[in-house]
Design a protein around this ligand. Sequence first.
Ligand SMILES: *Cc1c(COP(=O)(O)O)cnc(C)c1O
Length: 359
Amino acid sequence: MHYENVVDLKVTQVDQSRIDQVDFDNLMFGKTCSDHMMICDYEDGEWKTPEIIPYGPMLMEPSAKVFHYGQAVFEGMKSYKDGDGKVWLFRPQQNFERINTSAKRMAIPEFPKEYFFSALEKLLNLDYEWIKPGIGNSLYLRPFVIATENGVSASPSNKYRFMIITAPAKAYYEGSVKVIFAEEYSRSADGGVGFAKAAGNYGAQFYPTNLAKAEGFDQIIWTDADTHEYLEEAGTMNIFFRIGDSLVTAPTNDRILDGVTRKSIIALAEEKGIDVQVRRVSVKEIKDAARAGELKEIFGAGTAAVVVPVSAFRHGGEDFELPQLENSYAKQLKANLLDIQYNRAEDPFGWRYEVEIEK
Ligand SMILES: *Cc1c(COP(=O)(O)O)cnc(C)c1O
């Protein structure tokens, strides 16, 4: 698919690209940004004309509301280059809709679709060389919105800034992770903002995640805030369990983020004829299945890391190991997904979006 209604943006290009200073073999995720960024301000009740300018620092008032009340949302998506130099996005309409869903919950005005797609197309043209071909390589795209009005009164801002910055990325995690099931802390609660990519959701995870790391784990699997009996999400990923040959994942709700990778994995698994069950999964069910030898896999799924297998988990002071499978669902589904994203396979679902490169 392709979005046709592209508008012209004001563009100020860099005098000299920084690309020669970048070691593409040793990238820290999200650390090095490409040459350009998109910036668009909301004032007097409307989004002004978006602009593309050189990436760099910006001046803001210390009283800007984002610094005090965390009125901010973001998205995470990737662009991919295939062997012929064509550039692809993966289901970008989903990210566009979701940033506005997140924005609405945070009382931020909706951003226009033609600006979103026009900015992506233009950025990817300007920073085309920053997108490296090869499986695992991508240019990570980070659209976000911040409340920029000055004044520390606790009320929604009347001014916002929508930006898109981009950063070259290599595969995020390699290998598997050890996790701990949350028994005390929570990521989100009923009626809260867990379904939104709201900045504060992530800030609140850092402390409990640090505690888990101090015990030798990589990540926390979040459980429901009420009872801590049901498994909901993996850090910043959705989570899947393979019990026997069935793939089980929690339904989305206002505590669980509706991941694009999650729904794509569900569709791919169903297409392969795997029995997929979208239902609540209890800690007890998973521990019982592990003891009975029926728990074959746990994996997380999200844009940044794609699919991350879990090798071990802890709950209630008990440690469990997962078997190392040769032909795991995690491996198969990740390969299927990457093949679609990198234009190496048929795209039966129409998920790929070709970026028009003007050369
Ligand atoms: C972004 C995110 C995900 C994964 O969403 P994708 O669209 O697959 O990248 C899952 N959980 C949380 C909490 C997230 O923020």
